[in-house]
Write a protein that binds this ligand. Structure first.
Ligand code: CP3
Length: 336
């Protein structure tokens, strides 16, 4: 996994999946009956157990830390809850300049995130050495969108309005999220992660000129401050080509693509970057033969390409049958 992230040729592509731990797994659903989602994140023993569940069941090449991007928002003062069938809800949305004054300092917020270091150290200790451990953070805009909207939103009207009418307030929030994310990535590395994925899931909800002016400088600062030649950063975004042309200029080792983009097209555009992705997660809900045929198409497209990691275009969704994940991992492992 690390060789591939470094852009090297590997005997077969390494494989892992976004949301590889979660509700599609019966073991996870059993634990979830007894605990709220945030309890699962806050309790290191539970987070360790859940992180390892998919590795034990399906033998992926990397474990991603079981947690959520919204723990940084929570550490700064957002009251975050994850509600069944509704997703994240924030009871005290960020709207006013007094909300900016009330955010905790980055140092105080890092104190509140100590449980993540404890969990990561336990996970690294329990995970075999040939598996990579991936940490992650949400990109400032993606986390800010939940803090400002108060939950999931497909058009982020409050963020849009804040940028238009109170750009300094938006900038203040983005700066605070960026400062904290820099420290949080460093603490994850100190606790033993091999690589960190930055989730900019909602990049394309804003028009590109607005993104370029009001959002990109913060992401750029985050990436430049945490860039390290031997500690890879992976940037995931749901974005079309014009936005990737901007994001691809950042000094990250790897780009994780949503479905619909051409992997070879992106390879030609960004020859120095490793690529990750981008099987459409909806194939997981098709017949197994259809799923494996779609996987073969990608494996063949990327065969002999250095720096390639097999993954989905977005996360595994709950109705996915567990045996489809088993079959998919097996298919990638047998390739080459
Ligand atoms: O990928 C993994 O297995 C690691 C753990 C992980 C979760 N969320 C667990 C989770 C990671 C890396 C995330 C990232 C995350 N969280 C993102 C970026 C990736 C993406 O999906 O675009 C975002 C936008 C969030 C915010 C968030 N958290 C949402 C929108 C939801 C609801 C999603 C849903 O499917 O209901 C969550 C909750 C959440 N995070 C769940 C899991 C397993 C489901 C919680 C439950 O058990 O009810």
């Amino acid at each position: 996994m690390i060789s591939a992230l470094m852009g090297q040729r590997t005997p077969r592509p390494p494989v892992w999946f976004m949301r590889q731990a979660g509700r599609y797994m019966s073991e996870y659903r059993e634990l979830r009956k007894k605990h709220s989602f945030m309890e699962l994140c806050h309790e290191p023993d539970l987070a360790t157990e859940i992180t390892l569940q998919p590795i034990c069941s399906f033998d992926m090449d990397a474990a991603i830390f079981f947690c959520d991007i919204l723990v940084t928002a929570e550490a700064l003062g957002s009251q975050v809850d994850i509600i069944e069938k509704r997703g994240p809800v924030i009871a005290n949305p960020f709207r006013l300049s007094s909300d900016l004054d009330q955010l905790l300092s980055s140092e105080e917020a890092m104190g509140k995130l100590e449980y993540t270091s404890k969990a990561l150290r336990q996970i690294r200790g329990a995970l075999s050495e040939d598996k990579a451990l991936l940490g992650f953070v949400g990109a400032p805009l993606t986390v800010a969108s939940y803090m400002v909207e108060g939950g999931s939103s497909s058009s982020v009207p409050t963020v849009f309005r804040m940028i238009a009418e109170e750009p300094k307030l938006f900038q203040g929030l983005m700066e605070r999220l960026t400062d904290l994310s820099i420290l949080y990535i460093e603490s994850q590395r100190n606790a033993g992660v091999d690589a960190v994925q930055i989730f900019e899931s909602w990049a394309s909800l804003l028009p590109l000129p607005i993104y370029r002016e009001h959002v990109f400088p913060h992401l750029k600062r985050l990436v430049e401050a945490t860039h390290h030649p031997e500690k890879p950063l992976i940037l995931f975004a749901l974005a079309q080509q014009p936005l990737w042309d901007l994001l691809g200029t950042l000094p990250v080792h790897a780009l994780s693509l949503g479905h619909g983009l051409s992997l070879t097209g992106m390879r030609d555009r960004f020859p120095g970057k490793a690529l990750q992705g981008n099987l459409d997660s909806r194939f997981l809900l098709c017949e197994k033969e259809t799923l494996l045929k779609a996987a073969d198409d990608i494996l063949e497209e990327m065969s002999n390409q250095p720096g390639y990691i097999f993954n989905l275009g977005h996360g595994i969704t709950p109705p996915t049958p567990e045996d489809h994940i088993a079959a998919l991992v097996e298919r990638v492992r047998q390739f080459g």
